[in-house]
Design a protein around this ligand. Sequence first.
Ligand code: KDG
Ligand code: MG
Length: 401
Amino acid sequence: MRITEARVIVTCPGRNFVTLKIVTDEGVTGVGDATLNSRELAVAAYLTEHVVPLLIGRDPARIEDTWQYLYRGAYWRRGPVTMSAIAAVDTALWDIKGKVAGLPVYQLLGGRSRSGVTVYGHANASSIESVLAEISSYVDRGYQAIRVQTGIPGLESTYGVSAGAHYEPADAALPTENVWSTAHYLDHVPRVFARVREEFGPTLRLLHDVHHRLTPIEAARLGRSLEPYALTWIEDPVPAELQEGFRLIRQHTTTPLAVGEVFNTIWDCQELITSQLIDYIRTTVVHAGGITHLRRIFDLAALYHVRSGSHGATDLSPVCMAAALHVDLAIPNFGLQEYMRHTPATDEVFPHSYWFEDGYLHPGEEPGLGVDIDEEQAARHPYRPASLPVNRLQDGTMHNW
Ligand code: KDG
Ligand code: MG
């Protein structure tokens, strides 16, 4: 079997997605997600100009060799653009391998280690009272784990708090600006979780995303102040370029730490994992080099008591979500899977076999990944420029988003 064509499809059913579809001479096709939020066309161009020509004529069965060829062969290793492009190829090749074998991909990864994939949803609201209602609606739908974000009194807008049911981080063609105050935030968040525990009791799994906004000592204070409410994790407490910072947080708090949605390779997490500075690694298929590389990261993590907690925001397409579920089902050290839910328009462009029931996602039993792109539908939604917001301190200083 040989690869005869690889199409890069950009579509915007409410938000932008980049998909690679690999076609073989025997008619078997595979899909991979290549979406990099707010930088979509950079990956599309990388694929079209620098990767697709290398794929034509290759044997699609050689997944590992193709991965190494694209990684080592580029000379310019790593980085989100390169790794998302490699991920798309890798994912599509696993899809093809599953279809050729007549097996869902999780079977090729060793079979299921659990009956379903526990997911967490996002309860976002402007106030504590309104977030309680949001949490209730998740509990009613069977969710066992919920990420909780609220507006902060004294701040006009805050990351992760939306007006509608489907939160969309890339909210305008050019970046909008939020204003941030660490003092207001650190004062407010423990009040939120105190109230949530009072209302929902001790066992509902609760999570919170700090979104890289604190320094290590501030994050240590947050973690300690949240200890009475037994969170499953706080996520991205500090920007992770300076990983030594996690050591300081660790010394001061038993609140578990999660990080990794902006990591691209095993090298980005090696120190955090092997020094046991984190509890959950949140890399996922599209931004961390595909199924092949993600599995390698999770296998390393398994040696150090670190569990998976893959990123699953709506800017990762249903193709990534399907692939993530196959990995989640198979690995021994699965923790949680984020599931923000796509809009009906997105689900129409990406027909898929995965489904949600009682707090779990199931990838389904279709050969391959069980997801595809409807190219006619995709063509109805042309690309629209969209940017993630930026964040400034109250005095106007640029801060982390
Ligand atoms: O593209 C950025 C989003 O995926 C990100 O802001 C969402 O932090 C996020 C999360 O945890 O889902
Ligand atoms: Mg996050």
